[in-house]
Design a protein around this ligand. Sequence first.
Ligand SMILES: Cc1cc2nc3c(=O)[nH]c(=O)nc-3n(C[C@H](O)[C@H](O)[C@H](O)COP(=O)(O)OP(=O)(O)OC[C@H]3O[C@@H](n4cnc5c(N)ncnc54)[C@H](O)[C@@H]3O)c2cc1C
Length: 409
Amino acid sequence: MRKITIIGAGQAGLHLGIGLVSKGFDVTVVSNRTGEQIANGKVMSSQSMYDMAIGYERELGLSMWDDVCPPIEGVHMRAGLSDGTKLIDWRSRMGANGQSVDQRIKMPRWMDEFQRRGGKLVIQEAGILETEEYAKDSDLVLVATGKGELGKLFERDAERSVFDRPMRTIALTYVHGMKARDDFSALNISINPGIGEYVNFPAMTHTGPCDIINLECIEGGPMDRWSEAKTPADHLALTVELIREFFPWEAPRCENLRLTDDNGILVGRVTPTVRKPVGVLPSGRQVLGMADVLVLNDPITGQGSNNAAKCVNVYMKSILEHGDAAFDTAWMQDTFERYWDYAQWVARFTNTHLLPPPPQVMKVFGACGQNPALAARVANAFDDPKGLAPWYYDPVEADRFIESFAVPA
Ligand SMILES: Cc1cc2nc3c(=O)[nH]c(=O)nc-3n(C[C@H](O)[C@H](O)[C@H](O)COP(=O)(O)OP(=O)(O)OC[C@H]3O[C@@H](n4cnc5c(N)ncnc54)[C@H](O)[C@@H]3O)c2cc1C
């Protein structure tokens, strides 16, 4: 039986671990936190996921909250100014619902499921020495440690990395008491140009259905005030204050917010980074990175967990197809390139939104307000950002794309 070790028990590591153990591999997953520590710890993400990614979970019987998690039925995209002037306003249902299950619920449950199916879970902070031991003892070691230190084993790919610093301060808040929308539940995105973004959608947490607010604050701008928030109550108060000031059209939904729990907040920064896939240990042994370790995006477009599931799908296929052959450098490189073939489009979509929106994107968004079929196409791109190329990035293609949705007179 082939022996595979996965370091990191997050969205990617556990999904792949459960997939491989279900296919008869001898799998060890190493986690630096117990399920209980994850359940009782702080939120790390807002983890909205869409149809293709959830589909990969469903294939393995891992979408365990379909009946209880409130759906994300569509997208509502607005851009406007602090005085309430709207520049863009379109909405559309998506082809299939998305969902966000708090990773504090999902990962402990998946840890149990992994062990139930025969996987071995080790609780340990794996450093270089421990990784060496696993590499000596396994046919393949995958590093799925997200933003953890071990990821530094993988060299930054300067050609594929667009930024070398964080573009946003991100403030995450899990709340109860948000007023429901009066049409459909949605991924609500509001852009205040030059200031930041408001992103909100329904989710499932420890205390039941909730809403998650993600404020994306341009570095050094007027929303980047998070050092002022010393307590969870301060954090909530600042969230509401910034919504009133910079996204006033969302304020009426936020009059009676309360935190789901004191751990339902997070402030952080992410440097969007692409890394080279093969990590070389001091012994010369090689390990393969995956998901956030190799392609780390700012959460502005809510793609990282989706990407992790899509990475698992590619890696699973590549491992299964490889039979009994050695997992050598060429295989590792090739496996990652198959993933990058898709992930590059996610990175491009996300990085585009970290800069002032190009004129063709504003034009497409403007046209979405007039044309429901066009709006539906753009809404579904959150499920599959590859579908945005080429028109999202090219003015001539954008005009052609808008024209193709013209209703004959
Ligand atoms: C504020 C915020 C909001 C987000 N919102 C969304 C969203 O709405 N939609 C979306 O799709 N994505 C979102 N993301 C991104 C998403 O959460 C990540 O992309 C996704 O969790 C990546 O999965 P992963 O398995 O690569 O890493 P992780 O989920 O981070 O898992 C890594 C695991 O490895 C463990 N670990 C780390 N180091 C070690 C070690 N040395 N030894 C053992 N274990 C270790 C960690 O404790 C962790 O459990 C968001 C991210 C942030 C920061």
